[in-house]
Design a protein around this ligand. Structure first.
Ligand SMILES: [Zn+2]
Length: 321
């Protein structure tokens, strides 16, 4: 028995003995790495500028993993949060805004270089996982994580497990069409995905500014509009009430299909306190139910959720055992 255990340890092939978890978040400008212990405590975090080419990305991931494993003298599980998603067709990244990763077999190449299996997930899925495991959604079995920033993404986690779906697009609610009523005269702006009037074009930071402009013919950054609202500016408050209506329409589609216990918001727009004070009565207008008990919550890990979630990819299987 003892001998068998030693064999497993020296081969390094079993995750049963891994006690630390490395996460790497491949952001557009920063590449962040973290190492967590078994309880999810952060031992160290490192940030580097993102090399904007494919080989540079492989190099920096390996450099960070090797550094942390040397320092902590542990063979760790490695999880990577990446823009876009792995295509089931050819195992290459698709649809990422870090375009140098697209159509490249990032997971396979990293596995070859690091000589092990690694985990790789979309960054919104990592966010959702992190908030589900020990963040704002930790008390709920079904958690829908939403990132509203320059784009609108999402991820679904059930019992601490990411649900990918058969096309690896679960949670991409941002590219559903915004449901409009016959009296709504809002502009339907073009989306980068090729369609018009996607939820993302209403809710993202740039969408926020564009619809404020449509309403008042004033060009302002989303953050400034939010600051003005907090200082009592009437136009900004009127617009935010309208924005919450867009948000409620978008989220009602998610609730009608998935009916999660918690929806956790991340990204720049999630810092708007008006959301949490006012969204549930608005949701009631659009969700097909007499009750809307869904909790819409602000993230707990914030900007760290992506990198923590990447590390949690290795942790989550063990948490469920
Ligand atoms: Zn779209």
């Amino acid at each position: 028995m003892k001998l068998q255990k030693m064999v497993i340890l020296t081969s390094g092939s079993s995750q049963a003995h891994i006690k630390m978890y490395i996460g790497i978040d491949l952001g557009g400008t920063k590449t962040e790495s973290i190492i967590l212990d078994k309880k999810g405590n952060e031992l160290e975090r490192i940030r580097k500028s993102t090399p904007k080419n494919y080989n540079g990305t492989l190099d920096i991931v390996c450099e960070l993993v090797n550094y942390l494993e040397d320092k902590y003298k542990s063979k760790c599980s490695v999880g990577v949060g990446s823009p876009g998603a792995l295509s089931f067709e050819n195992d290459c990244i698709k649809g990422g805004n870090s375009t140098w990763l697209n159509n490249r077999p990032l997971k396979k190449d990293l596995e070859l270089r690091l000589n092990r299996n690694i985990f790789l997930e979309n960054d919104a899925n990592c966010f959702a996982l992190s908030e589900s495991i020990d963040g704002a959604g930790k008390n709920d079995d079904v958690v829908f994580g939403v990132i509203i920033g320059t784009g609108v993404g999402g991820g679904l986690v059930i019992n601490n497990k990411i649900i990918n779906g058969h096309n690896n697009i679960t949670g991409e609610w941002g590219h559903n069409q915004m449901p409009l009523g016959s009296n709504d005269k809002w502009n339907r702006h073009d989306c980068y995905c090729g369609k018009k009037g996607c939820i993302e074009t209403f809710l993202s930071g740039p969408g926020f500014s564009r619809h404020f402009y449509d309403m008042f013919r004033i060009n302002l950054d989303a953050k400034i509009i939010q600051d003005n609202a907090n200082n009592g500016d009437e136009k900004s408050l009127e617009f935010i009430s309208q924005y919450l209506d867009y948000l409620a329409r978008g989220l009602s589609q998610v609730i009608n299909i998935v009916d999660p216990g918690a929806i956790v918001l991340g990204g720049g727009v999630s810092n708007m306190k008006q959301i949490y004070e006012n969204i549930n009565p608005k949701l009631k207008k659009y969700v097909f139910s007499d009750t809307v008990n869904t909790k819409v919550l602000k993230h707990i890990h914030g900007d760290s959720s992506g990198v923590r979630g990447a590390a949690d990819l290795g942790r989550s299987g063990e948490l469920n055992q």
